[in-house]
Design a protein around this ligand. Structure first.
Ligand code: PLP
Ligand code: COI
Length: 348
């Protein structure tokens, strides 16, 4: 087998060995099956192809310093998938079935789990979607649940903790105030694709969405939450239209244990001027520091009304770095799993 340099990987699809699939048809779940065929055979009238009854999750399995493979908080992903599926009025796997299928996927792709030294991990992507043929707009009765995986490095492909730039999105919204933003639906990502492309074309790494009602409060990025360090406080937005990030939840616990004050509250845009460190956080991005955030009248505009800057443009802030090291340390077995967040998967 060709030797792979996992340390050069970004967050992208790389072929693996197998996927795990289960179907809910006629009111009952079938047995999960492992398959080396990555193509899914679905009806052309399947709801997912027309009205997007689809939700997904993202979690990682890490090969630890001790060789042990650990999944990070899969129970939290299982619960979030249930919430998303309930919003779509779709059947969903139990927490036990979700975790077991993730573990099956890890085992079936054992040789694709990057070595500890590479800094990379095996990203698991569980997806749940409506498959019965339908034309009228209604929820799907039959669903497929598929767990796939890809070995991934940092989200941007840049070195971990390398600061990047972001821009505020004033003329494109991600999720309406009482819409689906707090659920992990594929449709939310479709909504942000065009704006993301524009931001990337303008040279920004990240796009920070604002609340849709007033465009005055910080919400989140298209693929991650926002958090900042302001003096001795960890601050992150409170909103009913952002995704409850498992990474952010974990970081809040670690921050509190580090002696930081933790605030989950509305964050007006102008408060960025008072932040010492600003970051995106999530499973894929882990913690990605920002050196600056531009405010522009429109994404397409070359005019910049204000630039907020955070610390040294080449270095992650010290508090964010400490949070990162603690979380990665737990995930990779360098630090004791004091909160019971890791689930060990044996090769079998
Ligand atoms: N917000 C959005 C829109 C996301 O896509 C993600 C990624 O899952 C997150 C936040 C971070 O969530 P988590 O930390 O659970 O991966
Ligand atoms: C994750 O961090 O797991 C995500 O799902 C973000 C992704 C859309 C890139």
């Amino acid at each position: 087998m060709e030797k792979i340099d996992y340390s050069k990987r970004s967050f992208a699809y790389y072929p693996t060995q197998a996927i795990v699939t289960a179907k809910y048809e006629g009111g009952a779940w079938g047995k999960p099956e492992i398959s080396a065929d990555f193509n899914l055979n679905i009806h052309s009238f399947a709801g997912v192809l027309h009205y997007a009854p689809a939700c997904f999750e993202g979690l990682k399995a890490f090969r630890g310093v001790d060789g042990t493979v650990r999944m990070f908080r899969p129970d939290e992903n299982a619960k979030r998938l249930m919430n998303s599926a309930e919003y779509l009025d779709m059947a969903y796997p139990s927490e036990e079935m979700f975790i077991e299928m993730c573990a099956m996927c890890v085992r079936a792709n054992w040789d694709c789990i990057p070595p500890y030294e590479s800094g990379a991990s095996l990203y698991l992507r569980p997806v749940l979607f409506g498959i019965n043929p339908q034309l009228g707009i209604r929820n799907s009765d039959d669903v497929a649940f598929v767990v796939m995986s890809s070995p991934v490095g940092t989200y941007s492909g840049a070195q971990a903790l390398k600061p990047g730039t972001a821009v505020l999105s004033r003329n494109y919204d991600r999720a309406a105030t009482y819409g689906s933003g707090r659920f992990k639906l594929g449709a939310n990502y479709a909504q942000s694709l065009h704006a993301y492309n524009l931001a990337h074309k303008m040279g920004y790494r990240e796009l920070l969405f604002l609340d849709t009602a007033t465009h005055s409060q910080i919400e989140e990025f298209g693929s991650s939450n926002f958090f900042a360090i302001k003096g001795g406080t960890y601050v992150t937005p409170d909103s009913c239209s952002i995704l409850p990030s498992i990474t952010n939840k974990s970081l809040r616990t670690i921050a509190a244990d580090m002696g930081l004050k933790v605030e989950t509250r509305r964050i007006p845009v102008e408060e960025l001027a008072e932040m010492d460190e600003a970051n995106s956080c999530g499973t894929a991005v882990v913690i990605t520091p920002l050196c600056s955030i531009d405010d522009k009248p429109a994404l397409e505009s070359s005019e910049i009304t204000r630039t907020y800057r955070f610390g040294d443009p080449n270095e992650c802030g010290p508090v964010s770095r400490k949070l990162y090291n603690t979380m990665i340390g737990i995930q990779k077995g360098l630090l004791p799993d004091r909160y019971g967040w890791c689930m060990v998967v044996d090769k079998k």
